[in-house]
Structure formats: structure tokens, C-alpha cells
Design a protein around this ligand. Structure first.
Ligand code: FMN
Length: 423
């Protein structure tokens, strides 16, 4: 079944009115309780979702980056109602502190949030900056995991560490197994408190800056990474099946869309499949200058256009079931989230939309995460509630209660495909 999303959601009058009322009212006054509880009670929409098989209270999460580096940032996100928080990416090391990917552990530089226009003419936002991974100590990162777990305990918000491990530059170069082992064991120890029954979700970041690095000049090399990395990470723990759920965060290479499809094919058909994947990290422009140097990662409408095109192509061509997908890339509205959902995503992770200038949000109360969620959920024409209601009807459900999980499962099983043009 092909699903096309019209410009505006098709909503019963009373629901459209109720949404507008909520959007306007909660722009200036705090919600009586958390978004997910309020939405379940008022709109009969159950936002309970999954992240790699873990239950989470709602589908929007914070993507890894500068906005998830401290206990305080995580605490604010948990209080604002996010379903999950992916911590900043740490760079793997061995027991003596050596890092073969140390070039990625550079200190922060200023981030510049800028408007960007996509090839379709659509306007959006991108964040420009020159930093890379976590640059404080590994011990500090382990403490961040413990702190984040503590502040999120019992909240329904999942904490997800993120790591960049050693990647060999040529076929002749071996893998730095010591870094894989040391880092994975310690991440798991911090996450689980050494409770052997606690499985840790972990994102393995293949960042967009890799696209501009000589490391990823060769296609075969990238495919080899995708095949080997899950095995190396998992074999670092004595009981990987119980201790870890591993997600590969794929990047947009400088190669064509066919190669992006090959990446997806590889992770799905490799003997060492990851448990889930995150798609897809930002685009890379080798020619654009920023702070006097050429080459910068960027986002905005071209990012979501490319991601949705590739994911839809993959879903329509592949005969096997897709691994659980956490979507990332220019998720700037509930409608965009539903587009990713129709491309196979079960949850949505955002960075840029949590960082817009304050005047871009209608909501005047709470922190930026709260303001962004107000827009993402309640916007009468672009919000998630409007589009879930629309989709629920379009897929032929008659019940008054709407369940996000049920919609995700229906899309996965039928299969329902998004019919969307690319700029
Ligand atoms: C300033 C900045 C820092 C980022 N740092 C990381 C990182 O450390 N690890 C990672 O996996 N992704 C990182 N990302 C990528 C984001 O997690 C996200 O996947 C990407 O920006 C696409 O989402 P967006 O369009 O909502 O920003 C970063 C993005 C930005 C803008």
C-alpha cells in the first residue's frame, strides 16, 4: 500500500479544534503533567514507543551531540519529557588511555545555528561547527553515564551511550581490539552497575566527518567496517546477547545513493548484524568553508530528502524485514517524523530542532526541549498528534484510541510505503 501525505492533515473538526486550543493554551502556560500522560488522557493517543526493543515513554529523543554532555542537560531533557537521550560520542581507548581515533576527540568550537535552503527550495536549519567527539577524560564519560542513568531512573526515558571505535584505513591494517574490549566493558560497567542482566543500548557512531576523511576513500573499506564492527564490540563482553543491544549510526558518504543502499544491505545481511540502526547522520560538503577550513557537515531539507529517499528505496526493494530503525536527520515537525515512520522508523532523534533561536518556537514556557516538543506534538498542521490521527484513519483503523506502536507495527508488517517525491 502506498501512502501519500497531503499538505494538510485530514482531521475531524472536534479534534482539529482541540489541537488548536492545546497549541495556543500551552504556548503560554505549563502543561499540567508530562506530555505523554497529558496526550494519552486528552487525545487518546498512546505515545509509548520502542528504542531497539527497550520500552520508552515517547518517540522523540535527543540525538548525540553537544546537547547531551552534562548531567544537567540530561536532567532537563528527562523533565521535559523526552523518550530517550543519546549521550555525546566518546572516542574509544585502551587501558593506558591511547586512542587510535584521537583526531576525533577535539575540543569544542563555537556552534553556529544557521538557516539553510534545500535543493527543493524548502527552508530549514543547520548547525555548523568544527568539533568532533567527547574530549574530556574517559572516566568523566563513565561518570556521565552513571549520572544520566540516575536522573532518568523510573522516568521512562532511556539513556544511550555512543562511541566511536578504531577503524582501519586499509585492508592490511588490523583492528585495535584492545580499544574495543577496554571501552565496551567499561561503558557496560557504568551503564549496568555490573548487573549482568542489564542490557545496554549502544550507538556506534560513523560520523559524517568520516565522509571527508581519507579513511573512507574506499568503498570496500567502509563495507568491511560495517561487517566487522558489530562482532568486535559484541565479543568484548562475556554474554553479549544479554548485555548489549548495538545500533550502527550510518553516515551519508560522498558516494551515490546506490552505495547508501549497499550500506543498508550490508548491515542487514552480514553474519554479525547489529541489533538496530540509526539513519542517517548529516551530509558532508568538502568544498564549503567554515572557520577558514574547507569541509563541513550540514543538515536541513536536503538531509531528510536524501535519507527518506534511500530508506524508502531500501524498504521497497528488500524482501527481508528491516532492523529496528531510529531515524535522524532534519526532523523538524511531527509530519516529518511520520514520514520517517512510513520509511520504517520506530522513533525519532533530533539535534538541530532543539537548538533553534528562541523566537522560532511558539511556546514561551520551559526550556528549549519543552518548547520544541510543544511544536512537534501540538502544531495543528505539522504536529505529530495531527498526523498520527490522519494516518490512523488513512490506514483504516476505526478505534478512537490511537497507538503509535500499533501504527509502527502495521507499517512494518503490511508493508505500507511512503509515496514521496525527491527534490
Ligand atoms: C553540533 C553537533 C554535534 C554532533 N555530534 C555528534 C556526535 O558526537 N555523535 C553523533 O553520533 N552524532 C553527532 N551529531 C549528529 C546528530 O546526532 C544528528 O544525528 C544529526 O545532526 C542529524 O539530526 P538533526 O538534523 O536533527 O540535527 C552532531 C550534530 C551536531 C549538529
Amino acid at each position: 500500500m502506498l501512502v501519500q501525505l497531503p499538505d494538510r492533515p485530514n482531521l475531524p473538526g472536534p479534534i482539529a479544534r482541540k489541537l488548536t486550543e492545546a497549541y495556543e493554551r500551552y504556548a503560554t502556560e505549563p502543561l499540567p503533567e508530562h506530555y505523554d500522560t497529558f496526550i494519552r488522557d486528552e487525545f487518546e493517543i498512546d505515545l509509548a514507543s520502542e528504542y531497539a526493543g527497550f520500552p520508552v515513554r515517547s518517540p522523540f529523543g535527543k540525538a548525540s551531540g553537544q546537547l547531551s554532555m552534562t548531567r544537567r542537560q540530561v536532567e532537563e531533557d528527562v523533565n521535559a519529557g523526552l523518550g530517550f537521550v543519546v549521550l555525546k560520542t566518546v572516542i574509544a581507548q585502551n587501558e593506558t588511555g591511547e586512542q587510535s581515533m584521537s583526531a576525533w576527540a577535539s575540543p569544542e568550537t563555537k556552534m553556529v545555528v544557521e538557516p539553510i535552503t534545500g535543493r527543493s527550495g524548502e527552508r530549514g536549519w543547520t548547525v555548523s561547527w568544527k568539533g568532533r567527539g567527547w574530549h574530556r577524560s574517559f572516566a568523566d564519560y563513565l561518570q556521565l553515564i552513571r549520572d544520566a542513568r540516575e536522573v532518568a531512573a523510573e522516568s521512562g526515558c532511556l539513556i544511550v551511550p555512543s562511541c566511536k571505535y578504531h577503524l582501519p584505513a586499509s585492508e592490511g591494517e588490523g583492528w585495535n581490539q584492545a580499544e574495543y574490549e577496554y571501552t565496551t566493558r567499561h561503558l557496560w560497567g557504568a551503564w549496568s552497575g555490573d548487573n549482568a542482566d542489564e542490557a545496554m543500548p549502544l550507538e556506534k557512531d560513523f560520523s559524517p566527518t568520516l565522509a571527508g576523511d581519507r579513511l573512507s576513500d574506499v568503498r570496500q573499506q567502509i563495507l568491511r567496517w560495517l561487517q566487522e564492527v558489530p562482532r568486535l564490540i559484541k565479543s568484548s563482553l562475556p554474554e553479549p546477547a544479554r548485555q548489549i543491544r548495538l545500533g550502527l549510526k550510518l553516515f551519508n558518504t560522498l558516494f551515490d545513493d546506490e552505495f547508501q543502499l549497499e550500506l543498508l544491505d550490508t548491515i542487514h545481511n552480514s553474519p554479525h548484524r547489529p541489533d538496530y540502526f540509526i539513519y542517517g547522520n548529516r551530509l558532508f560538503d568538502p568544498a564549503r568553508e567554515f572557520e577558514g577550513k574547507k569541509g563541513i557537515a550540514y543538515g536541513g531539507p536536503d538531509l531528510s530528502d536524501r535519507n527518506l529517499f534511500v530508506l524508502n528505496r531500501y524498504r521497497s526493494h528488500s524482501s527481508s524485514a528491516m532492523l529496528p530503525l531510529s531515524a535522524t536527520g532534519n526532523i523538524d515537525s511531527g509530519k516529518r517524523a511520520v514520514e520517517y515512520m512510513l520509511a520504517g522508523a520506530e522513533n525519532f532523534q533530533l539535534h538541530t530542532f532543539f537548538q533553534l533561536p528562541a523566537k522560532e518556537y511558539t511556546c514561551r514556557v520551559g526550556n528549549k526541549t519543552h518548547k520544541a516538543l510543544h511544536e512537534l506534538y501540538f502544531h495543528p498542521e505539522l504536529g505529530l498528534l495531527a498526523w498520527l490521527t490522519h494516518l490512523h484513519q488513512q490506514l483504516g483503523f476505526e478505534s478512537s484510541e490511537i497507538s503509535l506502536r500499533q501504527l509502527v507495527m502495521t507499517i512494518a508488517n503490511r508493508p505500507v510505503l511512503l509515496d514521496r517525491n525527491r527534490a
